[in-house]
Design a protein around this ligand. Structure first.
Ligand code: GLN
Length: 304
Protein backbone atom coordinates (compact mmCIF):
# COMPACT_ATOMS: atom_id res chain seq x y z
CA UNK A 1 0.00 0.00 0.00
CA UNK A 2 1.52 3.32 -1.14
CA UNK A 3 1.37 6.18 1.35
CA UNK A 4 0.90 9.02 -1.15
CA UNK A 5 0.59 11.79 1.43
CA UNK A 6 3.85 10.78 3.13
CA UNK A 7 5.58 10.63 -0.26
CA UNK A 8 4.23 14.10 -1.24
CA UNK A 9 5.35 15.55 2.12
CA UNK A 10 8.83 14.05 1.67
CA UNK A 11 9.12 15.43 -1.87
CA UNK A 12 8.00 18.88 -0.72
CA UNK A 13 10.56 18.93 2.09
CA UNK A 14 13.35 17.93 -0.29
CA UNK A 15 12.37 20.28 -3.13
CA UNK A 16 11.68 23.35 -0.95
CA UNK A 17 15.15 24.95 -1.28
CA UNK A 18 14.91 24.74 -5.09
CA UNK A 19 11.49 26.39 -5.44
CA UNK A 20 11.94 29.44 -7.69
CA UNK A 21 14.46 27.78 -10.01
CA UNK A 22 13.87 28.16 -13.75
CA UNK A 23 12.52 31.07 -15.75
CA UNK A 24 8.81 31.86 -16.17
CA UNK A 25 7.46 31.96 -19.74
CA UNK A 26 7.86 35.57 -20.79
CA UNK A 27 6.66 35.37 -24.40
CA UNK A 28 3.09 35.55 -23.11
CA UNK A 29 3.02 38.88 -21.17
CA UNK A 30 0.36 37.73 -18.66
CA UNK A 31 2.49 34.69 -17.74
CA UNK A 32 5.68 36.78 -17.36
CA UNK A 33 4.12 38.36 -14.25
CA UNK A 34 3.59 35.05 -12.40
CA UNK A 35 6.08 34.70 -9.47
CA UNK A 36 8.40 31.72 -10.05
CA UNK A 37 8.68 30.75 -6.37
CA UNK A 38 5.50 28.68 -6.14
CA UNK A 39 4.98 24.93 -5.88
CA UNK A 40 2.03 22.58 -5.59
CA UNK A 41 1.49 18.91 -6.16
CA UNK A 42 -1.57 16.66 -6.04
CA UNK A 43 -2.58 13.04 -6.64
CA UNK A 44 -5.93 11.46 -7.49
CA UNK A 45 -6.02 7.66 -7.38
CA UNK A 46 -8.27 5.38 -9.41
CA UNK A 47 -10.16 4.55 -6.22
CA UNK A 48 -10.92 8.23 -5.71
CA UNK A 49 -8.40 9.11 -2.96
CA UNK A 50 -6.98 12.64 -3.24
CA UNK A 51 -3.81 14.06 -1.75
CA UNK A 52 -2.04 17.39 -2.03
CA UNK A 53 0.88 19.45 -0.80
CA UNK A 54 2.02 23.10 -1.01
CA UNK A 55 -0.09 25.29 -3.31
CA UNK A 56 -2.09 22.31 -4.61
CA UNK A 57 -5.31 24.34 -4.54
CA UNK A 58 -3.96 27.43 -6.35
CA UNK A 59 -5.30 27.80 -9.93
CA UNK A 60 -2.72 28.42 -12.65
CA UNK A 61 -2.74 28.72 -16.44
CA UNK A 62 -2.87 25.15 -17.75
CA UNK A 63 -1.51 26.09 -21.21
CA UNK A 64 -0.52 22.94 -23.12
CA UNK A 65 -2.06 20.57 -20.57
CA UNK A 66 -5.24 21.63 -22.38
CA UNK A 67 -4.04 19.86 -25.52
CA UNK A 68 -5.06 16.59 -23.86
CA UNK A 69 -8.55 17.99 -23.27
CA UNK A 70 -8.84 19.17 -26.88
CA UNK A 71 -7.72 15.77 -28.16
CA UNK A 72 -10.13 13.97 -25.82
CA UNK A 73 -13.05 16.07 -27.04
CA UNK A 74 -12.09 15.45 -30.68
CA UNK A 75 -11.78 11.69 -30.08
CA UNK A 76 -15.21 11.67 -28.43
CA UNK A 77 -16.76 13.47 -31.40
CA UNK A 78 -15.02 12.04 -34.45
CA UNK A 79 -12.93 9.09 -33.23
CA UNK A 80 -10.06 7.88 -35.41
CA UNK A 81 -10.72 10.57 -38.07
CA UNK A 82 -8.57 12.79 -35.81
CA UNK A 83 -5.53 11.03 -37.31
CA UNK A 84 -6.31 12.39 -40.77
CA UNK A 85 -5.63 15.83 -39.33
CA UNK A 86 -2.60 15.15 -37.07
CA UNK A 87 0.06 12.46 -36.88
CA UNK A 88 1.31 10.37 -33.97
CA UNK A 89 5.08 10.73 -34.10
CA UNK A 90 7.28 12.71 -31.75
CA UNK A 91 8.62 15.85 -33.39
CA UNK A 92 11.95 16.18 -31.59
CA UNK A 93 11.54 19.93 -32.15
CA UNK A 94 10.37 22.71 -29.83
CA UNK A 95 6.61 22.90 -29.19
CA UNK A 96 6.15 25.99 -31.35
CA UNK A 97 8.44 25.03 -34.26
CA UNK A 98 7.37 25.64 -37.87
CA UNK A 99 10.15 23.68 -39.47
CA UNK A 100 8.61 20.23 -40.08
CA UNK A 101 5.35 21.63 -41.39
CA UNK A 102 6.87 22.69 -44.70
CA UNK A 103 8.37 19.26 -45.41
CA UNK A 104 5.24 17.45 -44.25
CA UNK A 105 2.76 19.53 -46.25
CA UNK A 106 1.11 21.21 -43.29
CA UNK A 107 0.24 18.02 -41.38
CA UNK A 108 1.48 18.38 -37.77
CA UNK A 109 3.49 15.48 -36.35
CA UNK A 110 1.27 15.01 -33.30
CA UNK A 111 -1.61 16.66 -31.37
CA UNK A 112 0.63 17.92 -28.54
CA UNK A 113 2.83 20.37 -30.40
CA UNK A 114 1.22 23.75 -31.05
CA UNK A 115 0.57 23.03 -34.73
CA UNK A 116 -1.16 19.77 -33.81
CA UNK A 117 -3.32 21.37 -31.14
CA UNK A 118 -4.30 24.11 -33.58
CA UNK A 119 -5.26 21.34 -36.04
CA UNK A 120 -7.39 19.73 -33.32
CA UNK A 121 -8.97 23.12 -32.52
CA UNK A 122 -9.98 23.27 -36.21
CA UNK A 123 -11.70 19.89 -35.82
CA UNK A 124 -13.53 21.20 -32.75
CA UNK A 125 -14.67 24.28 -34.70
CA UNK A 126 -16.20 21.94 -37.30
CA UNK A 127 -17.75 19.59 -34.72
CA UNK A 128 -19.33 22.10 -32.30
CA UNK A 129 -21.44 25.23 -32.70
CA UNK A 130 -19.69 26.58 -29.58
CA UNK A 131 -16.32 24.80 -29.20
CA UNK A 132 -15.18 27.00 -26.29
CA UNK A 133 -18.27 26.02 -24.34
CA UNK A 134 -17.71 22.35 -25.22
CA UNK A 135 -14.17 22.55 -23.82
CA UNK A 136 -15.39 24.21 -20.63
CA UNK A 137 -18.05 21.55 -20.19
CA UNK A 138 -15.52 18.76 -20.63
CA UNK A 139 -13.13 20.37 -18.12
CA UNK A 140 -16.00 20.72 -15.65
CA UNK A 141 -17.16 17.17 -16.17
CA UNK A 142 -13.60 15.91 -15.62
CA UNK A 143 -12.72 17.84 -12.47
CA UNK A 144 -16.20 18.15 -11.00
CA UNK A 145 -15.91 21.92 -10.35
CA UNK A 146 -17.04 25.05 -12.18
CA UNK A 147 -14.01 26.27 -14.16
CA UNK A 148 -13.32 29.37 -16.25
CA UNK A 149 -11.04 30.77 -18.91
CA UNK A 150 -8.65 33.44 -17.68
CA UNK A 151 -9.69 36.19 -20.11
CA UNK A 152 -6.54 38.22 -19.46
CA UNK A 153 -4.26 35.30 -20.37
CA UNK A 154 -6.31 34.52 -23.49
CA UNK A 155 -6.14 38.17 -24.63
CA UNK A 156 -2.43 38.40 -23.84
CA UNK A 157 -1.69 35.28 -25.82
CA UNK A 158 -3.73 36.45 -28.77
CA UNK A 159 -1.93 39.81 -28.77
CA UNK A 160 1.53 38.16 -28.64
CA UNK A 161 0.62 35.00 -30.57
CA UNK A 162 2.58 35.69 -33.75
CA UNK A 163 4.04 32.20 -33.99
CA UNK A 164 0.73 30.44 -33.41
CA UNK A 165 -0.87 32.71 -36.05
CA UNK A 166 1.97 31.81 -38.39
CA UNK A 167 1.44 28.07 -37.76
CA UNK A 168 -2.31 28.34 -38.36
CA UNK A 169 -1.92 30.39 -41.54
CA UNK A 170 0.79 28.09 -42.84
CA UNK A 171 -1.43 25.04 -42.29
CA UNK A 172 -4.33 26.88 -43.95
CA UNK A 173 -2.11 27.48 -47.00
CA UNK A 174 -1.81 23.68 -47.35
CA UNK A 175 -5.59 23.32 -47.08
CA UNK A 176 -5.25 21.73 -43.64
CA UNK A 177 -7.40 24.24 -41.71
CA UNK A 178 -11.04 24.19 -42.80
CA UNK A 179 -12.35 27.00 -40.60
CA UNK A 180 -11.54 30.68 -40.31
CA UNK A 181 -8.00 31.00 -38.88
CA UNK A 182 -9.02 33.60 -36.27
CA UNK A 183 -11.89 31.42 -35.06
CA UNK A 184 -9.53 28.43 -34.70
CA UNK A 185 -6.91 30.49 -32.85
CA UNK A 186 -9.59 31.89 -30.54
CA UNK A 187 -10.46 28.34 -29.45
CA UNK A 188 -6.80 27.40 -29.07
CA UNK A 189 -5.91 30.52 -27.02
CA UNK A 190 -8.93 30.03 -24.75
CA UNK A 191 -8.26 26.36 -24.06
CA UNK A 192 -4.66 27.28 -23.11
CA UNK A 193 -6.02 29.98 -20.79
CA UNK A 194 -8.11 27.63 -18.65
CA UNK A 195 -7.15 28.16 -15.00
CA UNK A 196 -7.12 25.02 -12.83
CA UNK A 197 -5.29 23.88 -9.69
CA UNK A 198 -3.13 20.77 -9.23
CA UNK A 199 -5.95 19.16 -7.24
CA UNK A 200 -8.45 19.82 -10.04
CA UNK A 201 -6.02 18.64 -12.73
CA UNK A 202 -5.16 15.41 -10.91
CA UNK A 203 -8.91 14.68 -10.78
CA UNK A 204 -9.42 15.83 -14.36
CA UNK A 205 -6.74 13.52 -15.77
CA UNK A 206 -7.54 10.50 -13.61
CA UNK A 207 -9.67 8.95 -16.40
CA UNK A 208 -6.42 8.28 -18.26
CA UNK A 209 -5.20 6.13 -15.36
CA UNK A 210 -8.55 4.36 -15.17
CA UNK A 211 -9.19 3.00 -18.70
CA UNK A 212 -11.15 6.10 -19.74
CA UNK A 213 -13.53 6.26 -16.77
CA UNK A 214 -13.52 9.26 -14.41
CA UNK A 215 -13.04 7.50 -11.05
CA UNK A 216 -15.10 9.85 -8.87
CA UNK A 217 -18.16 10.21 -11.09
CA UNK A 218 -17.96 6.84 -12.86
CA UNK A 219 -18.44 8.72 -16.16
CA UNK A 220 -17.03 7.10 -19.30
CA UNK A 221 -14.91 9.77 -21.00
CA UNK A 222 -13.15 7.71 -23.71
CA UNK A 223 -12.85 4.00 -24.52
CA UNK A 224 -10.06 1.96 -22.85
CA UNK A 225 -8.30 1.84 -26.22
CA UNK A 226 -8.48 5.60 -26.69
CA UNK A 227 -7.16 6.11 -23.15
CA UNK A 228 -4.23 3.82 -23.91
CA UNK A 229 -3.47 5.78 -27.04
CA UNK A 230 -3.61 9.17 -25.36
CA UNK A 231 -1.17 7.81 -22.75
CA UNK A 232 1.15 6.55 -25.50
CA UNK A 233 1.16 9.99 -27.10
CA UNK A 234 1.81 11.67 -23.76
CA UNK A 235 4.83 9.44 -23.23
CA UNK A 236 6.29 10.00 -26.69
CA UNK A 237 5.19 13.60 -27.41
CA UNK A 238 3.79 15.19 -24.22
CA UNK A 239 6.93 17.08 -23.22
CA UNK A 240 8.11 17.98 -26.77
CA UNK A 241 11.82 17.75 -27.39
CA UNK A 242 12.35 16.60 -23.79
CA UNK A 243 10.09 13.52 -24.18
CA UNK A 244 13.07 11.16 -24.31
CA UNK A 245 14.54 12.70 -21.18
CA UNK A 246 11.19 12.50 -19.37
CA UNK A 247 10.78 8.83 -20.34
CA UNK A 248 14.31 8.17 -19.11
CA UNK A 249 13.98 10.06 -15.81
CA UNK A 250 10.32 9.54 -14.94
CA UNK A 251 9.10 6.66 -17.08
CA UNK A 252 5.43 7.70 -17.22
CA UNK A 253 3.11 9.36 -19.75
CA UNK A 254 3.48 13.09 -18.99
CA UNK A 255 2.06 16.31 -20.40
CA UNK A 256 3.53 19.70 -19.62
CA UNK A 257 2.51 23.33 -20.20
CA UNK A 258 4.39 26.64 -20.15
CA UNK A 259 2.31 27.73 -17.15
CA UNK A 260 4.61 25.34 -15.25
CA UNK A 261 2.18 22.45 -14.82
CA UNK A 262 3.02 18.81 -15.54
CA UNK A 263 0.56 15.92 -15.34
CA UNK A 264 1.82 12.33 -15.13
CA UNK A 265 -0.27 9.17 -15.41
CA UNK A 266 0.44 5.96 -13.53
CA UNK A 267 -1.79 3.51 -15.45
CA UNK A 268 -4.28 1.72 -13.20
CA UNK A 269 -3.10 3.66 -10.18
CA UNK A 270 -3.25 7.46 -10.25
CA UNK A 271 -2.88 10.82 -11.96
CA UNK A 272 -0.29 13.20 -10.51
CA UNK A 273 -0.14 16.96 -11.14
CA UNK A 274 2.77 19.18 -10.15
CA UNK A 275 3.10 22.93 -10.67
CA UNK A 276 6.00 25.34 -10.38
CA UNK A 277 6.20 28.18 -12.93
CA UNK A 278 9.97 28.33 -13.58
CA UNK A 279 10.78 26.58 -16.89
CA UNK A 280 13.84 25.07 -18.56
CA UNK A 281 14.69 25.85 -22.17
CA UNK A 282 12.38 23.12 -23.49
CA UNK A 283 9.40 24.83 -21.80
CA UNK A 284 9.05 22.26 -19.01
CA UNK A 285 8.85 23.11 -15.30
CA UNK A 286 12.31 22.69 -13.71
CA UNK A 287 11.16 22.05 -10.15
CA UNK A 288 8.08 20.17 -11.36
CA UNK A 289 10.21 17.68 -13.24
CA UNK A 290 12.54 17.18 -10.28
CA UNK A 291 9.59 16.72 -7.92
CA UNK A 292 8.04 14.14 -10.24
CA UNK A 293 11.33 12.25 -10.40
CA UNK A 294 11.55 12.22 -6.61
CA UNK A 295 7.92 11.17 -6.21
CA UNK A 296 8.00 8.26 -8.65
CA UNK A 297 11.29 7.05 -7.14
CA UNK A 298 9.81 7.28 -3.68
CA UNK A 299 6.64 5.31 -4.51
CA UNK A 300 8.39 3.02 -7.03
CA UNK A 301 6.21 3.36 -10.14
CA UNK A 302 7.01 3.39 -13.86
CA UNK A 303 5.49 1.91 -17.00
CA UNK A 304 8.83 0.24 -17.72
N1 GLN B 1 -0.26 28.62 -25.25
C1 GLN B 1 1.11 28.21 -25.38
C2 GLN B 1 1.58 28.55 -26.79
O1 GLN B 1 0.81 28.40 -27.69
C3 GLN B 1 1.17 26.75 -25.13
C4 GLN B 1 2.57 26.22 -25.22
C5 GLN B 1 2.90 25.27 -24.11
O2 GLN B 1 2.31 25.26 -23.04
N2 GLN B 1 3.94 24.51 -24.34
O3 GLN B 1 2.68 28.93 -27.02
Amino acid sequence: MIDCQAALDAVYAEIRPQIGDGKVADYIPALARVPAAQFGMAVCTVDGQQYGVGAAATPFSIQSLSKVLGLTLALQQIGAAVWDQVGREPSGDPFNSLIQLEHEHGKPRNPFINAGAIGVADLLCSAFADPRQALLQLAQRLCGDAVAFDAEVAASERQAGFRNAALANFMKSFGRIGNDVDAVLDVYFHQCALALSCTQLARAFAYLANKGVQPLSGDTIVTPRQARRVNALMLTCGTYDAAGEFAFLIGLPCKSGVGGGIVAIVPEQMAICVWSPGLDDTGNSVVGRRALELFVTQIGVSVF
